[in-house]
Ligand binder design. Structure first.
Ligand code: ADP
Ligand code: MG
Length: 539
């Protein structure tokens, strides 16, 4: 068979350089990465086997760790889905992770490369922190030929087709010669391996074997009582399912017994993903049925406005062959979805009282997405309004609606707001002047979604929302325009009305104190910003 030598993609090359020269102090994470990949491959294999009998693995699905002390090699083997030649070139020769570019940029800015590796996680390439050479032998389920890939982490790798590859994937790490520092971290040492597997990979749901011994407990984390699980275990699990290297903001274990049983383990990330507002943003919840992984990215388990929540739902009463179409119809799934949504919202509410800083982080990162829940006529309007906060003329910190209401002045019976693109743009808007004069507080709404929900949600705590840019202002500061003035300005108003085609009506007002004029919408008309939203949507 001919061996081809190919180049790594430029970004991948930079990353490899970094790994080769890394002084990161937790190099053992390379083993976690290899095991995590093996586990993903086994999940895919199990699923493939359920759908197509011929793709079932010959042996039980497992991960094997093999050590050769003489040769100083460590092999992580799985009988999972495997990779085709194209897969290997595409998946191992390039890096598609969105965080990688960001990491490389940060690395160029400062030299603390070691810690950044821990923060971003680097997947398969982390193996080059300890390897002088890596050999990967793989065969994709259902294919006859396998692939052998090899690299020393320099600019190139070799790839060749092989006839006799076992099913699944084996990654053989040729460890660098032991130096003094390495003496403490000998990855051919059984004890060291046991320790690392236990620390990072205990929850993996397939057996991780070394010889006859199974190293992990395989206990599904979501099936264990919270008091039993260390926070560090939850964090490792979070990393495993999300590939997000920042710790989660909040961990939410759930369990329901009775007519339909499920367990769930949800995580609220500490930062929003880049694609939060893209149409096809991934949803983070994985569906399991009785411990068997069924699907990623299960949109049916949480409403759209909570799409940033990550985690696992393990439902007892579903068929392993369940499809997305079936999920959409399933009554149990709909119930689970409602429960999960309620629980997430109530968790945020608890944060407001118990951990204000966490709450602020949450709302800053995800508030704009959560507010979309106000548009869909769902039962959670009240819960969402309760946890929402908004910029306001009362101060620099965002305020909750409850706090706004508690500050309402005598005689004030509405919640005033103004929408716009930025605080700076609307804060000094002429519309607010009369209210300011009365010391009424005005909410400053700057997310695009704000323009829409204010039309679907009419009140909070019995107080109506009132746009300061719409309709007759009912602020009593507004006095009647005198007849004299009306007469005096008649001609000029007529001329303005004729001239300004896009404006429906021009009239005198006392609502302004220092600005000469302002634009106002009809009560049922659209605000200028909302018009823009609709225009942008092509309506
Ligand atoms: P990630 O796991 O975050 O996708 P990695 O760098 O760890 O990134 O792996 C890159 C890709 O290579 C994986 O997404 C997977 O498609 C493939 N891969 C790695 N290891 C295996 C394996 N043992 N079996 C099958 N595919 C694998
Ligand atoms: Mg990985």
């Amino acid at each position: 068979m001919t061996t081809e030598t190919l180049e790594f993609q430029a970004e991948a090359r930079q990353l490899l350089q970094l790994m080769v020269h890394s002084i990161y102090s937790h190099k053992e994470v390379f083993l976690r990465e290899l095991i995590s990949n093996a586990s993903d491959a086994l999940d895919k294999r199990r699923l493939a086997g359920l759908k197509d009998e011929s793709l079932k693995a010959a042996d039980d699905l497992h991960i094997a760790i093999e050590v050769d002390k003489e040769a100083r090699t460590l092999t992580v083997r799985d009988n999972g889905i495997g990779m085709s030649r194209e897969d290997v070139v595409g998946l191992i020769g390039t890096i598609a992770r969105s965080g990688t570019a960001e990491m490389l940029r940060r690395l160029k800015e400062n030299k603390e490369s070691a810690e950044l590796i821990g923060q971003f996680g680097v997947g398969f390439y982390s193996v080059f922190m300890v390897a002088e050479k890596v050999t990967l032998l793989t065969r994709k389920a259902g294919e006859d030929e396998g692939v052998r890939w090899e690299s020393d982490g320099g600019g190139t790798y070799t790839i060749e087709t092989v006839e006799d590859a076992p099913e699944g994937t084996a990654v053989t790490v040729h460890l660098r010669p032991a130096d003094e520092e390495d003496a403490l971290h000998d990855y051919t040492d059984d004890q060291k391996i046991r320790e690392v597997v236990k620390r990072y990979s205990d929850f993996i749901s397939f057996p991780i074997r070394m010889g006859e011994e199974t190293l992990n407990s395989m206990k599904a984390l979501w099936a264990r009582p919270r008091s039993d699980v260390k926070d560090e275990e939850y964090r490792e699990f979070y990393r495993h399912i999300t590939h997000d290297w920042a710790d989660p903001l909040e961990i939410i274990p759930m369990r329901a017994e009775g007519t339909f049983e499920y367990e769930a383990l949800l995580f609220i990330p500490s930062r929003a993903p880049r694609d939060l507002f893209q149409r096809d943003a991934r949803h983070g919840v994985q569906l399991y049925v009785k411990r068997v992984f069924i699907m990623d990215d299960s949109r049916e388990l949480l409403p759209d406005h909570l799409r940033f929540v990550k985690g696992v739902v393990d439902a007892a009463d579903l068929s392993l062959n369940v499809s997305r179409e079936i999920l959409q119809q399933d009554r149990h799934i709909q119930l689970i979805r409602r429960r999960l949504a309620k629980k997430v919202l109530s968790t945020i509410k608890d944060l407001m009282t118990n951990d204000a800083e966490k709450y602020r982080t949450f709302w800053r990162e995800f508030g704009a997405a959560v507010k979309e829940g106000l548009l869909d006529g769902s039962e959670n309007h009240k819960a969402i309004l309760d946890i929402a906060s908004f910029a306001s003329t009362a101060g620099d910190e965002p305020t909750t609606l409850a706090d706004y209401v508690s500050r309402m002045k005598d005689g004030q019976n509405k919640i005033y707001y103004v929408t716009g693109e930025s605080r700076a743009q609307i804060e000094n808007s002429p519309h607010i002047e009369a209210l300011k004069a009365k010391d009424y507080e005005v909410l400053l709404l700057t997310d695009p979604v704000d323009d829409i929900w204010v039309d679907t949600v009419h009140e909070y705590d019995g107080k109506e929302f009132q746009s300061v840019t719409r309709g007759e202002s009912d602020v009593s500061a507004e006095e009647e325009v005198s007849e004299e003035d009306t007469e005096a300005y008649k001609a000029v108003l007529g001329w303005l009305n004729d001239t300004l085609d896009d404006v429906k009506d021009v009239r005198l007002t006392t609502r302004l104190t220092s600005s000469p004029a302002c634009l106002v919408s009809d009560n049922d008309g659209m605000t200028p910003a909302l018009e823009k939203v609709y225009k942008a949507m092509g309506q």
